[in-house]
Design a binder for this molecule. Structure first.
Ligand SMILES: Cc1ncc(COP(=O)(O)O)c(C=O)c1O
Length: 344
């Protein structure tokens, strides 16, 4: 029985072209900025986003960490949506390593409004931490891959900038957002001070993320990356698949989105499972399984036994993610297996 792995787009394997690109990559010492393949990836990234510079880092977590280290001083206040990945899944690095204090804003579909941000920023007072940064997440993982529009980013960023705060986007899946709305990523970047995007999720690279911003910011994140041990030497072996990904893997994300919708609609037809279709905007499907009468761990275990791998997502939901390793037939097979399982 073929395993259908819907746990995450982080399980994607590199394409043959990516593996070949590693073999033939021109290499140098990237700490000395002498790796031509890393330089190529960084220049391509900066161009795509219409920014002055870009920096390769090992992971999305490192990209967010070095961005926050660059934007904030110790004791500063950072505004985040209450279920932001940076807050929820990055081991408290925002406090432990950056030394900042998170201020959470409860969003709707992973997004907060300009009015909510305005109401959260306090006037300067000797007793208050200094507010320095707003973070948004696009697409928003815990909300189910929901998308910020460029207009929404513009409005929130305007409030932040009017108060002298910077805006960072955790754009691990920014290309999913851009493809879903058919907009250029530059339309986001022009309202942002920095963004992290991941090569190793929907774009299928084995390793790597990229941080994008202006030259001064890139100088800062380069120092922060070195401090946390992320200065890599012949990192062209990591960058080469990234170049392939930026050239070939973005357009196909549409397919993942189509498959996610197919999965969501099919799940909704299975008695006991329900999906809020409004939240299915990209490649993530959150399915409420309360109606099956099973608890989530049991559901995930039983699904795994019939070759459908999903992640548990809180007390009542399972998460299904479509990606390069999943085609329409896999979606239909997974649905048929789950239907049979629940009819028994
Ligand atoms: C929204 C978001 N940000 C950041 C990350 C962290 O990326 P990494 O696993 O490469 O550290 C993830 C990983 O799933 C994510 O979903």
């Amino acid at each position: 029985m073929r395993l259908i792995d819907l746990r995450s787009d982080t399980f994607t394997l590199p394409t043959k072209e990516m593996m070949d690109s590693i073999q033939s990559a021109e290499l140098g010492d990237d700490v000395e900025k002498e790796d031509p393949t890393v330089n190529q990836l960084q220049e391509m990234s900066a161009d795509m986003f219409g920014a002055e510079g870009a920096l390769l880092v090992t992971s999305g977590t490192m990209g967010n960490l070095v961005s926050l280290m660059t934007h904030c001083r110790r004791g500063d206040e950072v505004f985040l949506e209450s279920e932001a990945h940076i807050y929820y899944y990055e081991l408290g690095g925002v406090s432990a390593l950056v030394g900042a204090i998170p201020r959470l804003i409860k969003g709707n579909g992973g997004k907060f409004s300009p009015e909510q941000l305005e109401a959260s920023i306090r006037h300067q007072d000797l007793h208050y931490p200094i507010p320095s940064l707003v973070c948004i997440e696009n697409t928003h993982n815990r909300a189910g891959g929901t998308v910020w529009t460029p207009r929404e980013v513009e409005e929130v960023s305007k409030v932040a900038h009017d108060h002298g705060l910077k805006v960072h986007c955790d754009g691990a899946r920014i290309f999913n957002a851009a493809v879903a709305l058919d907009v250029d990523v530059k339309e986001y970047m022009r309202h942002l001070d920095s963004i992290t995007f991941c090569l190793s999720k929907g774009l299928s690279c084995p390793i790597g993320s990229v941080v994008v911003g202006n030259s001064e910011f890139i100088e800062g994140v380069t120092r922060a990356r070195k401090m946390v041990g992320g200065g890599m030497r012949q990192a062209g072996v990591v960058a080469a698949p990234g170049v392939v990904a930026l050239q070939n893997m973005i357009g196909r994300l549409k397919e993942d989105h189509r498959n996610a919708r197919r999965m969501a609609e099919g799940l909704n037809d299975i008695p006991g499972i329900s999906v809020d279709l409004d939240t299915v905007q990209t490649n993530i499907v959150l399915a409420d399984i309360t109606g099956t009468g099973w608890d989530v761990d049991y559901f995930v275990n039983r699904a795994c036994k019939i070759g459908v791998q999903v992640f548990e997502f809180g007390a009542t939901k399972a998460r299904f993610v479509t990606h390069y390793g999943i085609d329409e037939q896999d979606v239909d097979d997974a649905l048929a297996r789950l239907r049979r399982l629940l009819e028994r």
